[in-house]
Design a binder for this molecule. Structure first.
Ligand code: IMP
Ligand code: MG
Length: 374
């Protein structure tokens, strides 16, 4: 176990396993390029160790150069890839083989391909030591890779977490125990949004609001968004399968997350099971479900006072409609409560009082789970 900044990592790959992967790539490339003198282009900073060891395993004449790009800031890909060091000169008519440390979403790779399309190279290939095939969604096929790895955040052997860990001989992965995955329940007006924001800040969690995820997919006409739309157009409910796939995508966008807050899902026991399956497939689990409890009369008052102004929901102004939504919540949440109680994960929080008071109560639950090590 090692600690870098605020995070703990556990051993994932030993030096020998990494070396075997480096050697494998070097041998494959040597086989393909022995007749010519290729130019290897390492991608800084992460690939420096890989390039160094790779070259020691490469037996034939070759040249080496570097480019520098940057897309990660801390743990999350910013999605913005900058060029900090440009393509080498004299590459016209030559075979260029990019040496990357890791391929994740493929954004960096896309930028690299772009960089080299304007050059007149004879051939352009990609070799990456690590390849997160589950999350990669680029069009470019990876020509050579050392090993496929799961979608976890790793450090060591050139790879960093906030610039630390590059010097490690072994590769480590983020310790999963530190994750906090929550499901948040709350009646309309109970302050779910406010509390979700607090949790997000306090514990660096990713808030997955199912409504937002739906709107995002539909607006951007993603494959899943179009599929969902096709059901909606027919006046049908979107099948759970489609929703869970959207949630899976969201989870996969954040391999580095400290945890997730699920909001608006699950709404049925079948959905709760599907969520458990999703978590399990990622070697994660729901740690707790928190229900913000409040007297309906109090909530009714709150909502009517707000007059739907804050939420922008016109049905926040109509007493009967609000009552219907309460009723719907009660009928739907009751079986879920039983489901999560059977796993000893259900926590009901008194949702009446000052925002900070409620926040404190939620914090109490999380701390009591001993999920957070200060
Ligand atoms: P992509 O553009 O999403 O494919 O990300 C590629 C770049 O992000 C790599 O060159 C790394 O610098 C960084 N990166 C991606 N995954 C990890 C990881 O697990 N640990 C450390 N850095 C990573
Ligand atoms: Mg890199």
């Amino acid at each position: 176990m090692i600690q870098l900044h605020d995070k703990r990592f556990k051993l994932f790959l030993q030096e020998e396993e990494i070396m075997a992967a480096v050697k494998k790539i070097a041998e494959e490339i040597a086989e393909d390029y022995r007749e010519e003198v290729p130019i290897f282009v390492g991608v800084l900073n992460g690939a420096f160790m890989f390039v160094s060891d790779f070259l020691k395993f490469y037996p034939y004449p070759c040249e080496v150069s570097f480019v520098k790009l940057s897309s990660y800031r801390g743990l999350t890909s910013t999605g913005i890839v900058e060029t900090l060091l440009d393509v080498p000169e004299n590459i016209e008519g030559r075979s260029v083989i990019i040496l990357e440390d890791i391929i994740d979403t493929g954004r960096t790779l896309q930028e690299l391909v772009h960089l080299f399309t304007s050059t007149n190279v004879k051939e352009f290939k990609i070799a990456s030591l690590f390849y997160k095939s589950e999350i990669y969604n680029g069009e470019y096929a990876i020509d050579y890779f050392g090993m496929e790895i799961p979608n976890n955040f790793i450090v060591g052997y050139g790879l960093d977490y906030k610039e630390q860990g590059r010097n490690l001989k072994n590769v480590y992965e983020l310790h999963p125990d530190q994750m906090i995955n929550l499901v948040l329940f709350g009646k309309p007006g109970a302050g779910k949004g406010t509390q979700a924001n607090f949790l997000k800040e306090q514990y660096s969690l990713i808030h997955i609001s199912t409504g937002d995820v739906f709107r995002y997919n539909i607006k951007n006409k993603t494959e899943l968004g179009q599929l969902a739309q096709s059901y909606m157009d027919k006046g049908d409910l979107v099948p759970d399968e489609v929703t869970i796939k959207m949630l899976r995508d969201e989870v996969e966008k954040h391999p580095e997350a400290n945890g997730f807050i699920f909001d608006g899902f699950p709404r049925t026991v079948a959905q709760a099971q599907a969520l458990d399956n999703l978590m399990e497939s990622k070697e994660m689990k729901i740690n707790a479900t928190i229900a913000l409890d409040a007297d309906e009369e109090v909530l009714l008052e709150r909502l009517l006072n707000r007059g739907g102004k804050e939420s922008g929901r016109p049905d926040d102004q109509d007493k009967d409609r609000i009552k219907n939504r309460f009723e719907e919540y009660n009928t739907k949440t009751a079986p879920l409560q039983a489901y999560y109680e059977s796993q000893a994960k259900f926590h009901s929080i008194n949702g009446v009082g000052a925002i900070e008071e409620i926040t404190k109560r939620i914090k109490g639950v999380i701390e009591s789970l001993r999920l957070v090590e200060q």
